[in-house]
Design a protein around this ligand. Sequence first.
Ligand SMILES: Nc1ncnc2c1ncn2[C@@H]1O[C@H](COP(=O)(O)OP(=O)(O)OP(=O)(O)O)[C@@H](O)[C@H]1O
Ligand SMILES: [Mg+2]
Length: 353
Amino acid sequence: MNRDDETTTHSADARLVAPLADGEDSAVEAALRPKSLDEFVGQERVRQQLDLVLRAARQRGATADHVLLSGAPGLGKTTLSMIIASEMNAPIRITSGPAIQHAGDLAAILSSLQEGEVLFLDEIHRMSRPAEEMLYMAMEDFRVDVIVGKGPGATAIPLELPPFTLVGATTRAGLLPPPLRDRFGFTAHMEFYEPSELERVIHRSAQLLDVEIDTDGAAEIAGRSRGTPRIANRLLRRVRDYAQVEADGWVDREVAAAALKVYEVDDRGLDRLDRAVLQALLKLFGGGPVGLSTLAVAVGEERETVEEVAEPFLVREGLLARTPRGRVATPAAWAHLGLVPPPASGGGQQAAF
Ligand SMILES: Nc1ncnc2c1ncn2[C@@H]1O[C@H](COP(=O)(O)OP(=O)(O)OP(=O)(O)O)[C@@H](O)[C@H]1O
Ligand SMILES: [Mg+2]
């Protein structure tokens, strides 16, 4: 039991508000993925631009330009790649950077592509260097050099490829070498979603999952979903469980709020770990500045967990700031936890570096 407790409270992956997919997500996501650009909620600019790119290619009867999708986990990169293929009426081949160990692996995939096929390369920033270099030529000239033999006798045999569309996805566009980035005809930067957009995602998913939910219920879940459709869908499933057991399956604002209270996701989408970090920062260190290691010890977590799991969202929400002198709480953090900053002690409000 203790072990289980540990995994639910301490493991980043087990958090209800974690942006990365867990096992259950992977199982249901396929059913919830929008199948066309029209069904894809939000990201208006990206949708409009992509619509133009694809329509123009269709009109020319050509293969679409290579597309790079960049954005945080759970915002819809995999979904969009599948939409691109289906809008182009093309088959899709799915692989990922870490799965391509050697240039030969990539050559095998590329040389078996059909004309017009979409190659989805997830986590493209994690590809090996030699594979990356092979990809440059494949993207630009639809050609690869296959090396046959070893040592001084090795020869490069050029191999023509059929035109294809590479769709690369990355959570870290900044890590892509410029020559790779430059070879994409179109880059879509995906932003976090507005609550109103997440409401639409939730209504759509509720319909597919046969959950009865009203406008307020959807709004309540949307506000706690951290701008991320994956999290919205996950919270909806937990709220559905609660509604089924406690409320005849009907989800309104009260039911959604009560359900998410059980799961310790607060009205801003902070979970227990996020609040523990803020609470330690405010109550033990007067709002900071305090060093990351000290803060981590205070909440009984690894340094990395605090830094990579809790902080990004707290920073994004304007609740915490990282300064050279340490972590500092913002006035919004005091307000969110219903605490009053100490008077003029140089605590919470301090932004001095
Ligand atoms: N714009 C959207 N409209 C409706 N549902 C969406 C949208 N974007 C994402 N989703 C839903 O969110 C879930 C996660 O999306 P997806 O797997 O495409 O994210 P991702 O960006 O590929 O994440 P990762 O970086 O972890 O691979 C899917 O179930 C999908 O249905
Ligand atoms: Mg994905």
